[in-house]
Write a protein that binds this ligand. Structure first.
Ligand code: NOJ
Length: 556
């Protein structure tokens, strides 16, 4: 084989967030302690020891703050209170201490683009008159048209429908409109207001003082809006989104947001230890995203280009090249991710051919059902391919069990606002958020001692329960553990990257990291691995041959 050409150099001895594996816990579906059928902080604490055996470096907890739960906690009513559904601040402190005792860092979710409509700031704004400083916390505007009956501009919500809702004043007359890029219960904050900025600095400090290791920041690319809130120039084509290469819509990645992140980074850096923030940034092209991870801004951002590649070799090849070029250019690590609570689980996503616009639209009973066996085979290969890439990797709870999406969930159970705002046209994300199976017993497979579960688990979850997989060396869980163990042993997160000549698509993709070679076979013909030592493979290899949809780490 010819000499591989290095695209990324090793970063030995790097900080945890640069090279670690960060596991997303979705609290309401991880483990239920109090028996109400909704996961909680004590449930997480109870299961942490088991989780720690997976070999992760950090956890990211999705929101557990006070919230009316209109968007599963991404509608925060108080940023410094724990919602009673999930427990108390004392429970959080206990969980943090326990995680730290296992050497696991804890990142929490900060949701700065919008609050809940139940937040005191919004309630105060509603009670105040138009034009007052209370209303300046949000985007309140008079409507267009003769009587203000039309929304102030043409923006639409990410969850469907208009991005504006009109108030009804106390005397019953229609009033101003307020902006919400998501659900109407999630009004957007006005980030050009210095008071909003100060409030969030206090929130950061509150949690940093408690000892959190960092923040995953929700929708930071939406925080700054173009002055005057002009129309989206091609809303008919892009809806709430944008089209790469076209004009940047006025609600996405505006430059005014950068000083805010610089200030946040200063705050993080002023604390002892290494505190980090990861942005949930949908910013394209990646050369633009690089501005968000300059040394004095976010430590890292999710690399959705990789997730969105849909396991297509050409798209993956481009995504990886662009990632190293963009992130290395500013000294930031690339991050890799294939799953989260917003997208169809990869074991189902890769086993179906979904015509839907985005993976966050979900799969419902009337859609073509995925081939989950094929999906899991590809998903394991994809994960193996990802876990040897240098940089940080994010995992989503349940993927280590090979859980499929719940694709036959009855509509009566749905909670995602996407489903309601589109009258069911987009079924939404509930299928990726189903509670985890821990033991193959009881009505909720060990999720809750009471047997309750806020979403029903599909039949297939029983056989995938963690306790069964712990005891089976051929299980998906054992496979994840082995991969994570090898990743650590060979320090691959801090490693280097070079494409292997002859493996740059379309039949296969292969790269080398610190002498370990990783090959994924996308083609029809088997790849002969010769006399190389196979460290791990996504399926058992027969006669040293890598078949289609298989991935292996080898040592030549
Ligand atoms: C991204 C979160 O991941 C998603 O779950 C949420 O609905 C939106 N941001 C709005 O906060």
């Amino acid at each position: 084989m010819d000499q591989a050409i290095e695209l990324h150099k090793a970063t030995p001895g790097s900080q945890w967030w640069r090279s670690g594996v960060i596991y997303q816990i979705y609290p309401r579906s991880f483990a239920d302690f109090d028996g109400d059928g909704i996961g909680d902080l004590r449930g997480i604490e109870r299961r942490l020891e088991t989780l720690s055996s997976l070999g992760i470096d950090a956890v990211w907890l999705s929101p557990f703050f006070k919230s009316p739960q209109k968007d599963a906690g991404y509608d925060v009513a108080d940023y410094t209170e724990v919602d009673p559904l999930f427990g108390t601040l004392d429970d959080f402190d206990a969980l943090l201490a326990k995680a730290h005792s296992f050497g696991i860092k804890v990142m929490i979710d900060l949701v700065p683009n919008h609050t809940s409509d139940q937040h005191a700031w919004f309630q105060r704004a509603l009670a105040a008159a138009p034009g007052t400083s209370e209303r300046e916390f949000y985007h309140f505007k008079d409507g267009l048209g003769e009587n203000g009956e039309l929304p102030p501009n043409n923006w639409v919500s990410m969850f469907g429908g208009s991005a504006w809702t009109r108030l009804v004043e106390e005397n019953g007359t229609p009033g101003q409109w307020y902006l919400h890029l998501f659900d109407s219960s999630q009004p957007d904050l006005n980030w050009s207001n210095a008071q909003v900025q100060q409030e969030f600095e206090k929130i950061l400090t509150f949690w940093l003082d408690r000892g959190v290791d960092g923040f995953r920041v929700d929708q930071p690319h939406a925080m700054a809006k173009a002055l005057g809130l002009p129309d989206h120039p091609y809303v008919e084509e892009a809806g709430a989104g944008f089209i790469e290469g076209r004009e940047t819509p006025p609600m996405w990645f505006q430059d005014e947001v950068h000083p805010i992140f610089r200030r946040w980074r200063e705050i993080l850096n002023s604390y002892e230890g290494v505190r980090a923030m990861c942005g949930e940034t949908y910013v394209y092209p990646l050369s633009l995203m690089a501005k968000w991870v300059r040394p004095d801004e976010f430590n890292q951002t999710f690399n959705f280009r990789f997730l969105d590649a849909g396991w297509d070799p050409k798209k993956l090849f481009d995504a990886i090249n662009e990632s190293f070029e963009a992130f290395d250019g500013v000294g930031a690590p690339a991050t890799w991710v294939l799953n989260n609570h917003d997208v169809i689980r990869h074991a189902s996503r890769f086993g179906g051919h979904y015509g839907r616009a985005t993976a966050s639209d979900g799969v419902g009973p009337s859609d073509t059902q995925p081939d989950n066996e094929l999906g899991l085979a590809i998903a394991k290969g994809a994960t193996l391919f990802m876990l040897a890439l240098p940089g940080a990797s994010y995992l989503y709870q349940g993927e280590e069990l090979g859980l499929p999406e719940h694709t036959t969930l009855e509509n009566a159970y749905r909670q995602d606002p996407t489903f309601f705002r589109t009258s069911g046209t987009r079924v939404g994300r509930d299928g990726a958020r189903v509670p985890l199976p821990w033991e193959p017993e009881g009505a909720s497979n060990g999720f809750s001692d009471s047997g309750k579960s806020w979403l029903p688990q599909p039949e297939s979850y029983k056989a995938l329960a963690r306790s069964l997989q712990e005891a089976d060396e051929n299980s998906t869980l054992s496979f994840y553990k082995n991969a994570l163990n090898l990743r650590k042993q060979f320090a691959l997160g801090e490693g280097s990257f070079a494409w292997l000549p002859g493996h740059t698509g379309p039949g296969s993709l292969g790269y080398e990291n610190l002498g370990i070679r990783v090959i994924y076979n996308f083609g029809k013909d088997p790849i002969d691995l010769g006399s190389a030592k196979v460290l791990i493979s996504s399926q058992p290899l027969i006669g040293g041959q890598l078949e289609i949809n298989q991935c292996a780490w080898i040592k030549p």
